[in-house]
Design a binder for this molecule. Structure first.
Ligand code: AAT
Length: 297
């Protein structure tokens, strides 16, 4: 949301203008040089701002989704952690992820047969292609099968054991992303995973979304089993508090830190900015307060 008070002559012509994501008790502000895109879609308000510190930034309903300059943390870590540990991934499903960043990272693995991406809002794809081209870099890839529909519906209708990896790159549990935070949905994800299958979800901030964070780990454990659900942490300066989490759940044996040699050998050619095998290990080391929050009961 703009700080209207500091605008002079509309957002395109002012300099000291700030975008602020307001939450109940905290806010995050970025100074910007104008709004590049604004559309009210069927699902949410889609905007792109030209920020000074983080480049072009996508927001949905006034919440930061990604920025050009820190997107690599999220997209590399949601993708390479499961891709480096799965013994032989062939089919990957991405739920959400309309900016294209997760697809860009996943498609670096040439052994894949198909990547299905199910994004509910085509306006997110449209805005990203135009204003976040470095993120939306792989929409024309021949192995990408992009579907514009509700991820919940897609997963409900998908065949049993049809994916090696499912990534839930979704919004927070408000608006169209709400149904993605339910036991019904994760039960369906579990069903469509093959026997060595892995699910990774963005699981909010343990500092900021405490309640959701605790509840979803409980929920994953009920479906995948107590020992088969793990949490890893990353630093994302443009998300509330900067501390963000991903969940890693396995349908079969769960070895979230066991990187496959064949996959690891590919890393130098990927030119990554955040992920490396050491950070993969380190990301699963949790501060005490996070351990306590999600201790299996
Ligand atoms: N890549 C990091 C950006 C996101 S955006 C998440 C995407 O999920 C959005 O494009 C949104 O339209 C899509 N989405 C929401 N609900 C559904 C649904 N039911 N089916 C398919 N796609 C959906 C993630 C940001 C993380 C949040 C940080 N605060």
């Amino acid at each position: 949301r703009d700080e209207k008070s500091s605008e002079e002559g509309g957002p395109m012509r002012t300099k000291n203008v700030w975008f602020t994501e307001r939450n109940d008790n905290i806010a995050l502000s970025l100074k910007h040089d104008g709004k590049l895109y604004e559309q009210e879609s069927e699902f949410q308000k889609v905007e792109v701002y030209k920020t000074f510190a983080y480049g072009n930034m996508l927001t949905l309903d006034g919440m930061v989704m990604t920025t050009e300059k820190d997107e690599y943390v999220y997209h590399e870590m949601i993708s390479h952690v499961p891709m480096q540990t799965h013994p032989d991934p062939k089919r990957v499903l991405i739920i959400g992820g309309g900016d294209g960043g997760t697809a860009r990272e996943i498609l670096k693995y040439e052994q894949l047969e198909e990547v299905v991406m199910v994004e509910i809002d085509e306006k997110v794809v449209e805005a990203s292609k135009e204003f976040l081209p470095s993120i939306a870099a792989s929409f024309d890839h021949p192995k990408l099968n992009l579907k514009i529909e509700d991820g919940i519906k897609y997963v409900n209708e998908a065949a049993d054991e049809s994916f090696d990896i499912v990534l839930v790159d979704s919004t927070d549990p408000v608006g169209p992303g709400e149904g993605l935070f339910t036991a019904e949905f994760y039960t369906q994800v579990h069903r469509i995973l093959k026997k060595d299958g892995i699910m990774v979800t963005q699981s909010e901030s343990p500092r900021f979304n405490e309640k959701v964070f605790v509840e979803i780990y409980d929920c994953y454990r009920g479906i995948f089993g107590k020992e088969n659900v793990h949490c890893y942490l990353v630093h994302i300066p443009t998300y509330p508090t900067g501390m963000w989490s991903f969940s890693y759940s396995a349908k079969g044996d769960c070895s979230p830190k066991q990187v496959q040699e064949k996959a690891q050998a590919l890393l130098p050619s990927f030119d990554l900015n955040y992920y490396n095998p050491e950070i993969h290990q380190a990301a699963f080391v949790l501060p005490n307060f996070v351990q306590k929050m999600i201790q299996p009961k």
